[in-house]
Design a protein around this ligand. Sequence first.
Ligand code: HEC
Ligand code: HEC
Length: 439
Amino acid sequence: MHPRRRFRLILSLSRWGALTVLASLVLAGCDTNRPPLNTAPLSKLGVRVIQGDTAAPADSTNDLTPRNLATSTLLGDPLAGLDAADMIRFTQGQEDFEEEDGVDEGLGPIFNESACVTCHNAPVGGTTGRIETRFGRMISGHFDPMANQGGSLMQDHAIGLVQSADGPYTYVAEVVPAEATIRTGRLTTPLFGLGLVDAVPDAQLLALAQWEARITPWTRGVPNMVTEIKTGGVRVGRFGWKAQVPTLHQFAGDAYLNEMGITSPEFPNESDPQGNHDLLKYNPAPGMNDDGTDIQKAADFMTLLGPPPRAARTALTDDGARVFRQIGCANCHVPTLTTGDSPVQAIAHRSFQPYSDFLLHDMGRLGDGIAQGQASGRQMRTAPLWGLSARPAYLHDGRAKTPQEAILQHAGQGAIARDRYQNLDWRSRMSLIAFLRSL
Ligand code: HEC
Ligand code: HEC
């Protein structure tokens, strides 16, 4: 029997293969002698593997000098290098993203805010720190999103008094039902650079999961395999705190419905107020609110929005980058990913540095208790660390006010790195934090 088990993804990943050994040595040398967690094989998670060489995304370990890096000048700018047609799409997309919708246009009956920008701002596309509420309960070991009582996402606004054929009716905001045993906040995430994340082939994220399972099994991530509504296919989810959505286009439709109450072809059904479908009979704007045009515009804006520009490297931040890797932060907060094909030249086949693997990790008690797609209550997506210094708060519910507080809350698969952080001398801690703030 072979001493090493070898896997290869069905898709061609040969570009990464050449640096496999080097990358393995770098990582293995940094994060050694840790007991592997008891983990199920990827095949059980619906990830198809066949025997062969391990495809190691070696580029992902390169945090300082990636080739062909996608950039932008200022936070909130479009990607550098867009052609004139894409610049127009960006501007028109941004207008849509900033536009407030009214009741006539389909806002509500229940909603959270009347424009994307209300939560995603400072600058446009970022985050104001707005926190929304999710709730649910456990029933014999299974998560119940309490959909028939308006869960799991609560809409905390409503359009109020309406006149209908059945007489006047007043829509009210949803509340957390008394039966809910789980209640959690969800902080608005910034959207900078997400067009690059959208363009990462599923195969690369699946290969990353393979690679982590082999090289750093105690912190291995798993993909959240979810349905892409447009094609009906199963894709690697990557957007949202639980990686619950596979594409920006789908998130745009999802957000139009769930944040604003605007229905569209992929999301045709209005949310039932507090789970009560009958109350929709008073809906002043029934039927399809958007034919897909606004969804596409919002998706265009997000696709073309540039990544957060990185601060200049210094001796301190270089030292911090080394510490970051040494204590195992980079196991999950993977520095560099590469895009695949894209109709946008400024996106196709670029490197970028999100500091995330976009996979789910068992974070123990830091988990938010909500299940979405294949993500259990304890599993969370590795939060991307780029643009960290522009965020008003950290972690899924915004409980951490500083990066250090966020690190100290890591549990489950993040506990080892957290403990190592706590054991660092003050200088190493300082350089690590300086590095994080430079991303
Ligand atoms: C009420 C505040 C609010 C509004 C309005 C809102 N969002 Fe969000 N957005 C959030 C929150 C909170 C999250 C994190 C959601 C989660 O994972 O549960 C989020 C996440 C996202 C993400 C995923 C980003 C990532 O990190 O993966 C995208 C994309 C997005 N929103 C797009 C939009 C678009 C487009 C609109 C307008 C149609 C919109 N949002 C309106 C609060 C808001
Ligand atoms: C096992 C994977 C894993 C490891 C190892 C890990 N993290 Fe995280 N990290 C996560 C996940 C998952 C989240 C999101 C948690 C949440 O809020 O639910 C996160 C969140 C964060 C955040 C907050 C980001 C935000 O936008 O809210 C910071 C900062 C952070 N990690 C830094 C670090 C540092 C520094 C290290 C090394 C000491 C580290 N992490 C190690 C998985 C990991």
